[in-house]
Design a protein around this ligand. Sequence first.
Ligand code: SF4
Length: 102
Amino acid sequence: MEGGTVRLCHKHSVFAINTDGRILHCPIAVSEKWATAGHIKTGLNGVAPRLKDKCFFCEYRHVCGGRCLYTHYENYWGEEGFDAVCMVTKKTIKILEEEAPG
Ligand code: SF4
C-alpha cells in the first residue's frame, strides 16, 4: 500500500497519515513539501498551513475553512479565479444559512 493515506481528525485539525509515516495536511498532496506536517516517529513539525490573508477577515471562514490548500499554495487560477470561487462559495453558504430550518 505504498503512498496510501489514512485521514485522522483531532478537533479542528485534519491530518492524513501516509504509509511511509509522513503526517500530511492534505491527503492529495503527497509529494508537496508545503503539505508535510511531520512524521509518526518524530511528531508534528508545528508548521500550520498558511491561508491567504483575505480568509482571516472573511465572515464565511467558519463554514468555508479557506477551501483547498492547493488553492493557496499553487494559485492555479490567480487572484481573479480565487475571488470568483469565493463569490460562489459565499453565495452558496448564504443561501443555505437562509434556507436552513431554524
Ligand atoms: S470564502 Fe474565500 S475568503 Fe472566505 S474563507 Fe473561503 S476561501 Fe477564504
